[in-house]
Design a protein around this ligand. Structure first.
Ligand code: FES
Ligand code: FES
Length: 170
């Protein structure tokens, strides 16, 4: 007989109350219980980063986090990254524009890790991007276009925040 534990968490802004087995991994909660299959499983050994989500605003590999550790936390997945219904997050746009994916398996995790990086460092150098994404593996692209996409998204996001801060001249 397996015991379950009640947890409450918010996923992409939506509250959930669930009973989970203590051994259940966050990635399986997201994929199998909540149907958020944009978070991928690439290795189960915490190497690939395909399972990266944000837990209380920080990127984590959700295959290394137990669902019970997300009790009372806020989780964001690739499905919830773009705010509102009006399109793509600048990182998603830049990955599209710069051809920063081929099979796409690594892409959700790569974008979630990049979003965390840009939240901490809005203007990273190429080297800082490569270091920041070293926990995310891509077997297709050779990384060049991924780095370019992160730089382009960073510029776009800095432009947007500068525009938001500039008072309108009338
Ligand atoms: S599935 Fe989590 S790091 Fe690979
Ligand atoms: S695009 Fe295929 S693993 Fe990255």
């Amino acid at each position: 007989m397996s015991t379950t534990v009640p947890i409450r968490l918010s996923v992409n802004g939506k509250p959930h109350e669930l009973d989970v087995e203590p051994r259940l991994l966050l990635v399986h909660l997201l994929r199998d219980r909540l149907g958020l299959t944009g978070t991928h499983v690439g290795c189960d050994t915490s190497n690939c980063g395909a399972c990266t989500v944000h837990l209380d605003g920080e990127a984590v590999k959700s295959c290394t986090v137990l669902a019970v550790q997300a009790d009372e936390a806020e989780v964001t997945t690739i499905e919830g990254l773009a705010a509102g219904d009006d399109g793509l997050h600048p990182l998603q746009e830049a990955f599209w524009e710069d051809h920063a994916l081929q099979c796409g398996y690594c892409t959700p995790g790569m974008i979630m890790a990049a979003a965390d990086l840009l939240a901490r460092n809005p203007d990273p150098t190429e080297e800082e991007i490569r270091l920041g994404l070293e926990g995310n593996l891509c077997r297709c692209t050779g990384y060049h276009n991924i780095v370019a996409a992160v730089r382009d998204a960073a510029a776009e996001m800095r432009g947007a925040s500068a525009a938001a801060k500039t008072p309108e001249v009338v």
